[in-house]
Design a protein around this ligand. Sequence first.
Ligand code: NAP
Length: 243
Amino acid sequence: MGTALITGASRGIGRELALRLAEEGYDIVVNYLFEEEDYAGTVAEIEKKGVKAVAIKADVSKFSEVEAMMKETVATFGTIDVLVNNAGITRDGLLARMKEEDFDAVINVNLKSVFNCCRHAVPYMMKQKHGRIISMASVVGLSGQGGQTNYSASKAGIIGFTKSLAKEIGSRNITVNAVAPGFVETPMTDAMPEKARAEVLGSIPLRRGGTVKDIADAVAFLASDQASYITGHVLSVNGGMYM
Ligand code: NAP
């Protein structure tokens, strides 16, 4: 089937994406940065599905660390067929009080990482004449969100990046798409104040938060043969929260 590399796959949405793509038959590279215990659990779960898995520690905001990760991936498995740019952070706050380092951290981890990973994976995909790139945007990259100028800008940036790269490398049989989740219950959203969570959930037409499975289904579809004629698309998976 090939190899799928998922950034930020030690927990949350990324972990579910790794397990789902393993079920589809891909060998998996689990990228992580901090959570050593979590990644070990993720790798063991993936191997139970009968495919190979390795974990590679790399800070996706660092160009040279990503270059080394892609080289190690190809040295281990021979190809990079699916790249899922999932790693992301929040550093929420109103603009009037936002620290420069909180803006820079979010842009570097969420957006520059997508450049870093694509820059180092695409040459291999071009040689293979095949590839799937799927990046995790967000509903707030489309709608905007007070208190998240940094995060929304990073996610809107991913959308522009996705469409531009789709135009550049479509002729090489590489599709480039984004998934824009709404509110998904993960360690990231566990950090939200209870009042804000209740407000968000009340605004969703389907009257529930998204699950990691909802997001994994969308990513598995975009990675599949059924999606081979879809590129430059932003697939909203948000229960109707933003249309
Ligand atoms: P999460 O539970 O906080 O997990 C984030 C993952 O990113 C972790 O595996 C973490 O690795 C990794 N990571 C953070 N900084 C990294 C870095 N510099 N280098 C490599 N890995 C790094 O987040 P999540 O909720 O699953 O979100 C996953 C993606 O979906 C993010 O891009 C997020 O913006 C997006 N999203 C989430 C929601 C939501 O409601 N949850 C909604 C829309 C979009 P460690 O374990 O090593 O820390």
